[in-house]
Design a protein around this ligand. Structure first.
Ligand code: ADP
Length: 274
């Protein structure tokens, strides 16, 4: 059941202060500091078990998994997707990025474009950005009036509860990098010609709004970290720790589904193939 979901790194809505979290924290689920080699080995083990559970999810085809990834710019969403979900069978995994809404999307309610992409039974979908942009960038830049975005936390809670009730496991990750780490990552993009394409001058303007984004993230996570759809704040300055934490948490969620192969058709044992 949802209440048994992993507590490690989970956002407790009654006790959450983003400024107190260390993006370089490397304590594992037992509270002990974990070494890089150990975390990397565990991550690989996790991926093996995840592959098996994905197979079972697909075979059972009764439930689905939605992973929401949010971060400040350069937070490592693409790397996290590659390093964890890249190991799975692509037939059952979809990654959906959400960029600036189109005119058609803006002419609808903000969940219209989202709902269409939630996973079908047996599948895993990863949202690279999501409906949370509608309480993050939209809030920070006043893209709609406060009276409009402030009601969205409630809509989102209800939407995600509905998904949960209908058989979708919703797992939400905030990749928490420090401002210094962002500076290094932006600089690395400037220094390496092969990464110039990733450099977006607009990211510098967003960096100026760092504190506003932190506040928007904190409120969003507090308002919407529920038993049906918990948030996990992942220390993400170290990529190896980020990968290990994500694979561990996704694995625990999949384990808790207690999936079973469907009952075979009767009489299979008697079949002789000529
Ligand atoms: P990413 O940074 O995730 O790799 P992009 O460079 O394409 O991808 O950036 C996507 C942009 O779309 C971001 O600036 C993000 O703030 C913006 N965006 C996403 N959803 C919304 C939304 N609902 N309203 C306004 N802007 C949005």
């Amino acid at each position: 059941m949802a209440s048994e979901y992993p507590k490690w790194l989970r956002v407790d809505p009654d006790d959450f202060d983003l400024s107190k979290l260390d993006p370089r924290d490397r304590r594992g689920p037992d509270g002990e500091k974990i070494e890089r080699e150990v975390a990397e080995a565990k991550h690989l083990e996790n991926l093996e078990e995840l592959k098996h559970l994905q197979y079972l999810l697909y075979a059972e085809s009764k439930r689905s998994v939605l992973v929401v990834l949010q971060a400040t710019d350069t937070g490592g969403k693409d790397g996290a997707i590659r390093k964890t979900f890249g190991a799975l069978n692509p037939a059952g995994v979809t990654v959906h990025p959400f960029g600036k809404p189109s005119e058609e999307e803006l002419a609808h309610d903000y969940l219209w474009r989202i709902h269409h992409h939630t996973p079908q039974d047996g599948h895993i979908t990863i949202f690279n950005r999501s409906h949370y942009e509608d309480v993050l960038v939209v809030r920070v830049h006043d893209l709609v009036p406060k009276g409009v975005w402030s009601k969205r936390y409630k809509h989102i809670r209800n939407f995600e509860e509905m998904l949960y009730d209908e058989g979708t496991t919703v797992i939400k990750f905030f990749l928490n990098i420090s401002k210094d780490e962002q500076k290094e990552r932006l600089q690395a993009r400037l220094d390496d010609p092969e990464r110039h394409w990733k450099f977006n001058v607009g990211d510098l303007a967003e960096r100026e709004l760092w504190d506003d984004y932190r506040e928007a993230f904190e409120v969003a996570m507090k308002e919407t970290s529920t038993d049906c759809a918990p948030w996990y704040a992942i220390p993400a300055d170290r990529k190896w720790f980020r990968n290990y934490a994500i694979s561990t948490i996704v694995l625990e969620h999949l384990r808790s589904l207690d999936m079973k192969y469907p009952e075979p058709e009767e009489g299979l044992d008697d079949i002789v193939i000529e």
